[in-house]
Design a binder for this molecule. Structure first.
Ligand SMILES: Cc1cc2nc3c(=O)[nH]c(=O)nc-3n(C[C@H](O)[C@H](O)[C@H](O)COP(=O)(O)OP(=O)(O)OC[C@H]3O[C@@H](n4cnc5c(N)ncnc54)[C@H](O)[C@@H]3O)c2cc1C
Length: 397
C-alpha cells in the first residue's frame, strides 16, 4: 500500500524514554517473546505472592512500569504529562482490575470512574474515559440478559443496579462539555446485554454531541451487520454513534466455548478474514461520517494506514475531531508517536490499579504479546534499533 506514514522513525517513537527505560523495555520484550518463560512466570509469580515472597519491587520496576501508568489516578499524572508534553499523545485512564465479582467492588469501580471523570475534566490530555462492563456488574447477569433467560427477583434487582451504575457514570460524563466515554466489548455471550445498555445510553446522551462510544469487535463475522444496524439506529433517532473498532481479544475462549457447546463459532475463520472484516468496518464507518465518530484501537500498522488513506481521499484534516487512533500504554509507541507527530488524534489506554490488583491484566498483556509473536519481535527490533541509533549519536558527539 501507498506509504502514507513512516512508522520506522524510532527517534520520534521513543524520545520520551530515557536510555535506562529503553534498555528495560528491551529486557521485558525479550522475556515475553519466549512463550515457555511466560507460561512458567504465571504460576511462579502467583506462588511467590501467596507465600509472601517480596517480589513486588521486581514486578513494579519491570512489567508494571512498562504497561501501567501508576497505582492511583494521581500517580498516573507523570505518565499522562509525559505522553502529552513529549508527543501530544492523549491518555485514557483505564482502571484495570479484573475478575472481582462482589457488589462492593462494582460500587468501588463506579466511584473510581467518577473520580477519573473529575480528574479529567480540566485536562486536555485526557479526552476519553473507558470502562469494562463487567467492572460494574457480574458477568452471569450480562449472560442471562443476553440469552433472554428467566431471572430471579434478586437477579432482576442486580440488573437494575448495573443499569443504574452505567447511567450514573455516563450522565456524569455527559454533563461535561467535552469528555467522552468508551465502553469496552466483552465475550460474545455477554455482549447483547452490553449492546442493549450502550444503545440506551446513546439515545439519552448522544443527541447534542458524541458522548458514548460502543466497541465493535471485527473478529466477529456478524459485526458488519451490527454496524449497519447502528447506522440505521443513529439515523432513525437523530443521534450520533461513537464506535471503537477493534479486532477482539477473546478468540481462543470464544472458539473453545463454541466447540464445547456445539454452536457455530462467532469468530471469523482466519486472520485474513478478520483483517478484511476490520477494513470493511473502517470503510463503512468512514462512508457514514454523518452518523459515526470513529476510534480504532489497534497495533496493526496496515489498519492505521488504511484509515489515514481514507482521511486523505476524503480531503479531511489529519486531526478531524471525529477520527481517533488508540494503542495500549507500553506497546506500539512507534505507531502512537508517529501518528501524533503527523497531526492525527492519538491516545493510549493507561492502565492503573495497585500492583496486586493489576496482576491479571499484566499476565494478559504478557500472554497476548507472546501469542502475537510478529508484533512482539517488531516491538523488540524497533527498541534495539533506537538503542543502536542513540549509541551512534553519542559516539559522533
Ligand atoms: C486501545 C485499544 C482498546 C481495545 N479495547 C478492546 C475491547 O474493548 N474489547 C476487546 O475484545 N479487545 C480490545 N482491544 C484488543 C484488540 O481487540 C486486539 O485483541 C488487539 O489490539 C490485537 O489486535 P490488533 O488489531 O492490534 O493487531 P493484529 O496483530 O493485527 O491482530 C491480532 C488480532 O487478530 C485476530 N486474529 C488473530 N488470529 C486470528 C485467527 N486465526 N482467526 C481470526 N482472527 C484472528 C484477533 O482478534 C487478534 O487479537 C483493544 C485494543 C486497543 C489497542
Amino acid at each position: 500500500m501507498h506509504n502514507v506514514i513512516n512508522f520506522e522513525n524510532t527517534e520520534n517513537a521513543f524520545h520520551y524514554k530515557s536510555d535506562r527505560k529503553l534498555r528495560k523495555a528491551a529486557f521485558i520484550y525479550t522475556i515475553i517473546s519466549k512463550a515457555w518463560l511466560v507460561k512458567l512466570a504465571k504460576p511462579t509469580t502467583n506462588f511467590l505472592l501467596r507465600i509472601g515472597f517480596p517480589i513486588d519491587p521486581f514486578l513494579k520496576h519491570t512489567v508494571f512500569e512498562q504497561f501501567c501508568g501508576g497505582e492511583t489516578i494521581s500517580s498516573c499524572q507523570t505518565t499522562v504529562n509525559d505522553l502529552y508534553k513529549t508527543g501530544k499523545v492523549h491518555s485514557i485512564l483505564d482502571y484495570s482490575v479484573e475478575g472481582k465479582t462482589d457488589e462492593a467492588f462494582f460500587d468501588h469501580t463506579l466511584q473510581t470512574m467518577l473520580e477519573v471523570c473529575k480528574h479529567a475534566m480540566d485536562s486536555k490530555a485526557i479526552p476519553f474515559l473507558v470502562f469494562k462492563p463487567t467492572g460494574l456488574g457480574r458477568s452471569e447477569i450480562f449472560e442471562k440478559i443476553s440469552a433472554n433467560e428467566t431471572m430471579t427477583t434478586e437477579e432482576i434487582e442486580e440488573w437494575h443496579r448495573i443499569t443504574q451504575r452505567f447511567d450514573t457514570l455516563c450522565s456524569r460524563v455527559a454533563t461535561t462539555d467535552h469528555l467522552k466515554i468508551m465502553i469496552d466489548a466483552e465475550e460474545s455471550w455477554l455482549q447483547n446485554a452490553v449492546d442493549l445498555l450502550v444503545e440506551k445510553m446513546m439515545l439519552k446522551h448522544n443527541v447534542e454531541r458524541t458522548v458514548i462510544y460502543t466497541t465493535v469487535q471485527m473478529y466477529r463475522w456478524d459485526r458488519l451487520k451490527y454496524l449497519q444496524h447502528l447506522h440505521a439506529f443513529g439515523n432513525d433517532n437523530n443521534i450520533r454513534i461513537g464506535i471503537k473498532l477493534v479486532r477482539g481479544a477473546y478468540m481462543e475462549k470464544e472458539r473453545e466455548r463454541a466447540r464445547i457447546k456445539g454452536y457455530k463459532s462467532p469468530i471469523c475463520s482466519d486472520k485474513r478474514v478478520t483483517d478484511l472484516n476490520f477494513d470493511d468496518g473502517i470503510s463503512f464507518a468512514m462512508d457514514h461520517l454523518e452518523v459515526f465518530d470513529i476510534f480504532i484501537g489497534t497495533h496493526n500498522e496496515i489498519s492505521c494506514r488504511i484509515l489515514i488513506k481514507k482521511l486523505m481521499e476524503r480531503g479531511l484534516k489529519n486531526d478531524d475531531p471525529r477520527i481517533w487512533f488508540g494503542q495500549l500504554y507500553g506497546m506500539s509507541d512507534h505507531i502512537s508517536y508517529n501518528l501524533s507527530a503527523n497531526g492525527y488524534n492519538t491516545s493510549k489506554y493507561v492502565p492503573f490499579g495497585t500492583l496486586k490488583e493489576v496482576i491479571p491484566y499484566l499476565f494478559r498483556r504478557a500472554e497476548e504479546n507472546t501469542s502475537v509473536g510478529t508484533q512482539t519481535s517488531r516491538e523488540l527490533s524497533l527498541i534495539k534499533k533506537e538503542i543502536k541509533r542513540r549509541k551512534k549519536v553519542a559516539v559522533a558527539q
